[in-house]
Design a protein around this ligand. Structure first.
Ligand SMILES: C[S@@+](CC[C@H](N)C(=O)[O-])C[C@H]1O[C@@H](n2cnc3c(N)ncnc32)[C@H](O)[C@@H]1O
Length: 405
């Protein structure tokens, strides 16, 4: 049996884990029934294995590159009761991990510590993506985090100047202070997987009327900083933009082959330097779309199967509702319920019906043809398995390890 190691982005292996495989087998069986029978066959009664939970739309940074800039600071937050009841309902239906992310900044939610405690007491894996400005709040609950849980800081810079220009923080938050805080947390609880996130901004990106500050030259230095401050990994991703009109996430819009070529070469060069700087202590992770950009296969990630299978396994719970994809958070096409949609069994069942409609009716081949999809590989893997007719009991089990989808 395979073990899931070093495969953060291998989502098909994640679906084959011992605790998830039953959902996968039932889902594939259901898809086959739907495709071959006239009779109505209900979607298996399982909830997502993983949710992205946007605690609040509030943010204390004003990042010009923020992909969620259109949905932050709306005054909306998830209240503590909604969060607790949703987690309980979801856990009864198979929830295994929660990613506290945004939208806004999770650590400005007034009940942040209690929420982490509540999730961890239920033995659900937790990941926290934060801008790092309130790490003292993370520190209060850091002792509860276990092997496999992660804390990822969205830093996007290795110098104070680029950090300030890229984030425009409220108050006098500095990169140096964040890095010191992070190191202290890691030293106090080495089980936490500590990540340094760097969204790569190259020359010439204009977004929401701003010229973004390039940080591509600092890619190798982010790795050096990560090493110096006891991080476990640096996670690099290309800067995504939301398209005007549809609000969907995309890369290189409008397409410009000549510029694209130059950017790709520069990204490759900097990523090579990053690898060289990494040594043994810190891992360099590339997002699926960054790897595809470097391999010049981005166009492939825009070709989806008609059915988005991932929506059965992970969703987004945000103050503005429940969405079937992180790339569609805040977008009406991706909304399957209001934010109360996981509170209690009755609402869960309604949301589940709505999800079934979305799985059957949402045409990802058409709707996501501009989205550089993180779930492209796993969606095609599931699609091919469904069509292959192979016995679901033959799917090889992977040992439990990482439930973040
Ligand atoms: C919008 S932030 C909200 C959560 C939290 N405030 C933080 O800073 O991590 C969530 C994630 O989106 C990423 N992000 C923001 N803008 C992006 C962009 N234009 N392209 C790619 N990722 C982006 C951030 O780096 C972060 O990892």
């Amino acid at each position: 049996m395979e073990k899931l190691t070093q495969k953060e982005h291998d989502f098909s292996a994640k679906l084959r884990q011992r605790s998830v495989i039953e959902s996968l087998r039932q889902y594939i069986t259901w898809q086959r029934e739907v495709r071959t029978r006239e009779a109505h066959s209900p979607l298996p009664l399982k909830g997502p294995a993983s949710v992205n939970m946007d605690l609040t739309s509030a943010c204390n940074f004003r990042c010009p590159h923020c992909v969620d800039s259109g949905i932050i600071n709306t005054g909306e937050s998830l209240d503590l009761d909604t969060i607790k009841q949703s987690i309980e309902t979801l856990q009864q239906n198979g929830l295994l991990s929660v990613i506290l992310i945004g939208g806004g900044e999770p650590t400005v939610h007034k009940d942040f510590e209690e929420i982490v405690r509540f999730i961890r007491e239920r033995d659900i894996q937790v990941g926290i993506a934060t801008n790092g400005s309130r790490l003292e709040r993370v520190e209060k609950v850091a002792g509860l985090l276990k092997e496999g849980d992660w804390l990822r800081l969205s830093l996007d810079a290795a110098s104070e100047e680029t950090f300030r220009k890229s984030h425009r923080p409220a108050g006098n938050v500095t990169l140096g202070k964040i890095l010191e805080d992070a190191r202290r947390i890691k030293e106090a609880n080495p089980a936490i997987s500590l990540g340094y996130s760097h969204v790569i901004v190259w020359e010439g990106i204009r977004y929401n009327g701003h010229d973004l500050t390039p940080n591509i030259e600092e890619v190798p230095d982010s790795v050096r900083m990560a090493k110096e401050y006891s991080f476990d990994y640096v996670s690099f991703k290309p800067c995504l933009l939301r398209l005007e009109g549809s609000g969907k996430e995309s890369l290189f819009d409008p397409p410009d082959p000549e510029r694209e070529e130059k950017v790709i070469n520069q990204v490759r060069e900097k990523m090579d330097q990053a690898e060289q700087a990494s040594g043994r202590s810190v891992k360099v992770l590339k997002s699926v779309n960054l790897q595809a950009m470097m391999d010049k296969t981005l166009h492939e990630l825009k070709r989806q199967p008609v059915v988005c299978h991932s929506q059965f396994f992970r969703t987004v719970l945000a103050p503005s509702g429940i969405f079937h994809c992180p790339a569609l958070r805040g977008v009406s096409d991706g909304r399957i319920a209001g934010s109360e949609g996981y509170q209690g069994r009755d609402r869960f069942l309604q949301t589940h019906e709505s999800l079934e409609k979305s799985i059957k009716g949402f045409d990802a081949a058409k709707e996501c043809s501009v989205v550089v999809c993180f779930y492209h590989h796993v969606n095609w893997w599931v699609e091919r398995f469904i069509e292959s007719g192979e016995d679901v009991s033959e799917i090889a089990i992977v040992e439990d390890n990482n439930f973040f989808l």
